[in-house]
Design a protein around this ligand. Structure first.
Ligand SMILES: *Cc1c(COP(=O)(O)O)cnc(C)c1O
Length: 381
């Protein structure tokens, strides 16, 4: 089955009891058994739910994995992965990552004796000097957030496999429409389905996909033991969102490309971060591992103050000022004070995340309206 068919059909069957073409929302906590242990595969909804199962089968197919596990949020999915580690284990991670992921590692898991190193992995071989016999997991976000650097997934995974180190790729920004890290050797793929997979800014949800049976079983055990399950209605919303994933991401990428070029030529803009530019430092890797260059664009202003950035952000109309990304509507945000506020300023500046950096999640509106909106706001600076 091809990707554009999988989004609509993989893992999804008409409901056998009614023929309903849409997967029903099985809003139940428990399932009746004929005799103890004699049941239809469902006992209690923390452990299994048919709406969740349909979504998990669909996600596994999209990422070319053997199994998926859904969670109540992207961070709950990450929390489950980190719970597979033991005190003393080390994580190596990209240094420019989602603020909440950074906070979960540094503020929570460091308390349990997990160590972490945050590295610029644009040059994949950098990792070799930092791996020790304690390194258990390599955590990669690509494209990174908000600087939109691209990390060579295959190069990192090849090295990790040679050292028996797990890799997890946070594929939230790219989506499986643009890249499938399991095909490049990754152990796990994580999503905040809150973003592109759900796609309509109406649900918080996360998942992990893997082809490693041992890891799948351990994550299932952790989920059943710790309980970070999504509700069936949320699973339904993600399932529905995924049916148009290919159409939405395609259009977002087109719009983002157009906006990146528009901003690059704008006199008020000093720098545009978008991996589709030929002079982007990781353009060749992006071209190799992604289908298009994604729907996210970040840019900095000639007048490089937070006040100027605020001017722009409070004068757009179609770009709504909000956290998050990946919905049909365009969003504008200020990483330094919003998504990345939990990262210390010195660390932020090291990667170029200035106080005037603005991040766009480009939606699927008409491109002429989006450009006019940005132009109008930039004129206010
Ligand atoms: C939003 C996000 C997360 C966290 O997901 P939640 O669903 O908000 O818990 C993790 N990684 C990336 C890249 C994100 O954008």
């Amino acid at each position: 089955m091809k990707f554009n068919t999988k989004v609509i059909h993989a893992g999804i069957e008409p409901d056998p009891s009614t023929g309903a073409i849409m997967t029903p929302i099985f809003q139940t906590s428990t399932y009746v058994q004929n005799a103890p242990g004699d049941h239809k595969g469902y006992e209690y909804a923390r452990t299994q739910n048919p709406t969740r199962k349909a979504l998990e089968d669909n996600l596994a197919a999209l990422e070319n994995g053997k199994g998926a596990i859904c969670y109540s949020s992207g961070l709950a999915a990450m929390d489950a992965i980190l719970k597979m580690l033991n005190p003393g284990d080390e994580i190596i991670s990209t240094n420019d990552l989602y603020g909440g992921s950074y906070r979960l590692m540094t503020k929570l898991f460091s308390k349990y004796g997990i160590k972490m190193k945050f590295l610029d992995l644009q040059e994949a071989s950098v990792i070799q000097q930092h791996v020790t016999e304690k390194t258990k997991l390599i955590w990669i976000e690509t494209p990174t957030n908000p600087m939109l650097n691209v990390v060579d997934i295959k190069a990192i995974c090849d090295f990790a496999i040679s050292k028996s180190i797990w890799t997890c790729i946070d594929n939230t920004f790219a989506t499986p429409y643009l890249q499938t890290p399991l095909d490049l050797g990754a152990t796990m793929v994580l999503h905040s389905a809150t973003k592109y997979l759900g796609g309509h800014s109406d649900v918080i949800h996360g998942c992990v996909v893997t082809s490693d049976e041992g890891i799948y079983n351990e994550l299932k055990f952790i989920q059943n033991a710790a309980g970070a399950v999504p509700g069936p209605q949320d699973c339904f919303l993600v399932l529905r969102g995924i049916k148009t994933l290919h159409l939405r991401v395609e259009r977002s990428c087109q719009n983002a490309e157009s906006i990146a070029h528009f901003l690059k030529n704008h006199e008020k803009v000093s720098k545009v971060y978008w991996p589709g530019f030929e002079d982007h430092p990781n353009h060749e890797i992006a071209k190799k591992q992604m289908k298009h260059f994604g729907g996210m664009v970040s840019f900095d202003l000639v007048s490089n103050t937070e006040e100027s950035a605020n001017r722009v952000m409070s004068n757009t109309h179609f770009f709504s000022l909000a956290e998050s990304l990946g919905g049909v509507e365009s969003l504008i945000g200020h990483p330094a004070s919003m998504t990345h506020a939990s990262i210390p300023k010195v660390e932020r500046l090291k990667v170029g995340l200035t106080d005037s950096l603005i991040r766009l999640s480009v939606g699927v509106e008409d491109i002429a309206d989006l450009k006019a909106d940005l132009n109008n706001a930039l004129e206010k600076v």
